[in-house]
Every structure is written in C-alpha cells, then in structure tokens.
Design a protein around this ligand. Structure first.
Ligand SMILES: Nc1nc2c(ncn2[C@@H]2O[C@H](COP(=O)(O)OP(=O)(O)OP(=O)(O)O)[C@@H](O)[C@H]2O)c(=O)[nH]1
Ligand SMILES: [Mg+2]
Length: 332
C-alpha cells in the first residue's frame, strides 16, 4: 500500500532539540571560530534535511497515486482535518510550507557563515546564537503543518491492502439484504476480509481466485445502502473512490423484504447505483431465494446465500461481467 511506509513526522520541538543538541556536540569537538561555524552548519543541516525528508517521504499525488487512493485520501483527510484547507490539497499545502522551511534553514546558514569568519569568538558566538534563534523560529512556523502531516500519515498508513489494479467486484444494497453473507461465502477459505475504516462501519475487502486470477470483492456497509440525498460529503467522496476501483457492481436485493426495506425503495436504490456507476457493468441479484418474495421482480440472478443455491453461479457472472468490454458508442 502506497502510504504504508510513511515515517513518523517529528514535531517542531523534537526537531529543534535534535538540531541544537547535535550542534552542541559538534561544537564541543572543536574550539574558537571553528566551533561556532560547525555548530551552525550542523544545526542547519539537521533542520533542513529532516524537513526535506518529511516532504520527500510522500508520493507525488498527481504522478504516483492511483485515483482510487487519491479520492480515498481526500475523503479521509477531509474528515481528519479541523482547521485550514482539508483533504489532499490541505496536505499538499502543508508539505510545501515544510519545503519552504527546509530551504530557509539553508539560507540562514549561508547568510550567517560569513559572519562567523575573520572575527572574534564573542562576536561570532553572538551571531551564531542569532542564527539559532532564526532557525528555531522557522521550524516553529511550520509546527502546525508538521502536526497535520503526522496526523495525515497516521490516518492513511493503516489502510488495509486494496490493489486498484486487481479486478474488483463492489457489493451494494440496502442493510440486511445479505451483502456480507455473500462476501463471506465466496471468500471463505480463499481470503480474509479486512476492515477498511473510511466510513463509520469500515469497508470489507475479500479476495478469491477465479481461473487462477486473483479478484477482490468489496463489501460496503452503510455506504451504498441509502438514497444519495442522505449521504454526507465524506461518504460521497468514498463512493467516488469506489468508482475508480469497481470493475463490476453487484446490487443485492431482498425481495422477501425480511431485511426491513420495501422492495420499491430497494429498486430505487438500484437505479441510483446504476446511474452513479455509469459505464461499469452492474448485476442485479435477488437474495434469499429460500424465502417467499413480496412479488416477482426482474433481476439478473437469484440466489440464496443461506442454502448456497446459485451463489457460485452469481459470482461467476460477476467475474464474466468484468471481462466484458463495454461497447464503444462510435463502434460498428
Ligand atoms: N433466509 C435467508 N437469510 C439470509 C440469506 N442471506 C443472508 N441472510 C440473513 O440476512 C441477515 C443479514 O445478512 P447480512 O449479510 O448481514 O446483510 P448485509 O447486507 O451485510 O447487512 P449490513 O451489513 O447491515 O448492510 C442475516 O441474518 C443473514 O443470516 C438468505 O439467502 N436467506
Ligand atoms: Mg454487512
């Protein structure tokens, strides 16, 4: 996962402490003007290098981050951030401030080193102390940014693996229709589901192999199970992320209405999902075939996860739908 290796970001206090204690050590190894020069050089290097490393640890969002993870990060960071611009833009802005501070630390070194030459030690010490004060000031100026970057890192690094390049089935439908039951049934002994915490209920990710090709199946509790008007902004963004991920959408219905939702409401949701995932193959599946349906509805497949009837067939249809190239409008 692209955000997994991000190191912790130091706080401004940690960075200042580190820079000045290393500088003191470097100063003790020498005497006279050289001690002052070496202290400044060391402190500025530590500040500048550490700040630069904070920035370069992150991938280039435009170039290296798959649209799925981009949207996802945007949704997660939008939720995490309290002040200032949220989302990926907010993070980018914080990173560029930190890069500015890194350059500034080098400039301070360049500005003060000449003042530490050809002078008496007391004057040199005074200048060096002034330079230290300015270094500390620069680091403190990006203190809030460093905290925000670390919070972003913590929010993103523990996302369980979703590989956007692997063929992926997204399972949608009202609560209690049997989405998780289906995902568990088709991934049992073939893969684990992992919780993906970007909604209140997390997202389940399971894996299975079909004809030796690894597939992903994504359970979306609390996300694609309501009319679009009832969704908040983070949920809408999470759905945008899923659009980049989904190669096939399974809309699960419960015609028995045992789930507690009228069939008409379920059919409306199905239409909304089909519209939202326009261009991505969608299969409508009636579950709970073992129960008496409210009425007959036209669906692509019927199954009962409870009895196992037609479950494999439904999964196969989904896999086939992935392989199916959509017809281009100007073809033929
Ligand atoms: N009779 C019957 N019950 C089923 C079937 N499939 C699932 N159920 C039951 O329906 C209930 C809901 O199933 P879940 O898989 O948790 O439903 P879900 O869609 O994941 O629900 P949320 O996670 O709340 O969105 C459970 O009690 C299941 O045992 C089926 O084919 N027939
Ligand atoms: Mg569920």
């Amino acid at each position: 996962m692209i955000f997994e290796e991000l190191p912790t970001t130091p706080t401004s206090e940690e960075l200042i402490d580190k820079a000045f204690s290393r500088a003191a050590r470097a100063g003790r190894a020498q005497g006279g003007l050289e001690a002052q020069q070496s202290m400044l050089q060391t402190a500025s290097n530590i500040v500048s290098d550490n700040l630069e490393n904070v920035v370069t640890a992150w991938p280039d969002f435009e170039r290296d981050v798959h649209p799925f993870y981009y949207e996802l990060a945007d949704a997660i960071l939008g939720a995490e951030s309290s002040a200032g611009p949220a989302g990926v833009d907010g993070l980018r802005q914080a990173l560029s401030e930190v890069m500015w501070a890194s350059r500034k630390a080098r400039e301070i070194n360049g500005e003060y080193q000449p003042k530490l030459r050809k002078t008496d030690v007391d004057t040199a010490r005074k200048h060096r102390k002034q330079a230290f004060a300015r270094l500390a000031d620069v680091v403190e100026q990006v203190g809030a940014e460093l905290l925000a970057i670390n919070a972003a890192r913590n929010a993103l690094r523990d996302l369980p693996e979703i590989d956007p390049e692997v063929p992926t089935i997204v399972v949608a439908g009202y609560p209690n229709v049997g989405k998780s039951s289906f995902v568990n049934a088709v991934t049992r002994a073939r893969g684990e589901t992992a919780s993906y915490p970007f909604t209140t209920r997390g997202i389940g990710v399971g894996h299975f192999e079909h004809d030796r090709v690894r597939h992903q199946i994504v359970d979306t509790p609390g996300l694609l199970d309501r009319p679009p008007a009832e969704r908040n902004e983070i949920e809408s963004q999470a759905i945008s992320a899923l659009e980049h991920l989904a190669d096939c959408v399974l809309v699960v219905l419960d015609p028995s209405e045992e789930c507690g939702y009228p069939l008409d409401a379920q059919l409306e949701l199905r239409e909304a999902i089909e519209a939202r995932f326009d261009g991505i193959p969608t299969l409508v599946v009636a579950n709970k075939l073992d129960r008496e349906p409210d009425r007959e509805v036209e669906v692509d497949h019927s199954m009962s996860v409870e009895t196992g009837e037609n479950v494999e067939r439904t999964l196969e249809a989904a896999v086939e739908a992935i392989g199916h190239e959509p017809e281009l409008p100007f073809e033929g």
